[in-house]
Ligand binder design. Structure first.
Ligand code: MD6
Ligand code: FE
Length: 213
């Protein structure tokens, strides 16, 4: 094995019923995942979507897979075509789907077959306010979320917005898997701190895999 300064040994951390962080799960695949992201970007570039309330999101996004998450003045939803290009979203790289299925299995969800991968880019200051993921049709399927590049502080609350919130550091290679009793928990990401990562430079990239359709 070839551990660098940025690698984390594998470990499973329970967050709540149905939710775990697989520390270091994707560390050995981080460069290949980033290459996959570059391939997606060549056809569906980063963009800052607009919230239904009319605000520009600080996180830049794109998607791959047969469905992609989109937001605009009309609301949040999944769409088969990229509204920016009018074309289908780029296909999900095989490695993405394979790793997402394997991470879900390790977390106790043996049949996860994602049809959507939302790709998020956080630059310093970018954040995701507390939200629930509720646009997917099948709430029995978990969400599988890969962190690449700079570390972030993940906010993990309860099923009501008012419940207490835990803070969890997510670093390059960590994978959060989220389902069952935890599927509708509120969560978010604190404003990203400045930094430089050998893989991604001055940003964090997050891949969240869903069964959306
Ligand atoms: C992020 N993730 O980590 C944003 N949602 O950048 C999410 O919003 C998320 O990580 C549901 C389940 C896991 C997640
Ligand atoms: Fe989310």
């Amino acid at each position: 094995m070839n551990l660098s300064l940025f690698d984390v040994p594998r470990e499973t951390v329970a967050l709540a019923e149905g939710a775990v962080v697989l520390r270091g799960f994707a560390t050995g695949h981080d460069a290949a995942l980033c290459e996959g992201v570059q391939g997606v970007l060549a056809r569906s570039p980063w963009r800052h979507m607009i919230t239904p309330g009319g605000f520009r999101m600080s996180v830049a996004m794109t998607n791959c897979g047969s469905l992609g998450w989109v937001s605009d003045e009309r609301g949040y939803r999944y769409a088969a075509a990229d509204p920016m290009t009018g074309e289908a979203w780029p296909a999900m790289p095989e490695l993405f789907a394979t790793l997402a299925t394997e991470a879900a299995r390790e977390a106790g969800y043996p049949y996860f077959a994602p049809d959507a991968c939302l790709i998020n880019r956080y630059e310093p200051g970018a954040k995701l306010t507390l939200h629930q993921d509720r646009n997917e049709r099948d709430m029995d399927a978990p969400i599988v979320s890969f962190s690449l590049g700079l570390p972030a502080v993940f906010l993990f609350g309860g099923n009501k917005r008012s419940q207490p919130i835990r803070r969890i550091a997510l670093v390059n290679g960590d994978v959060a898997v989220w389902g069952g009793e935890s599927r509708l928990r509120y969560h978010g990401v604190m404003p990203l701190r400045e930094g430089n990562h050998p893989l991604t430079g001055a940003c964090r990239i997050n891949l969240t895999f869903r069964k959306a359709g």
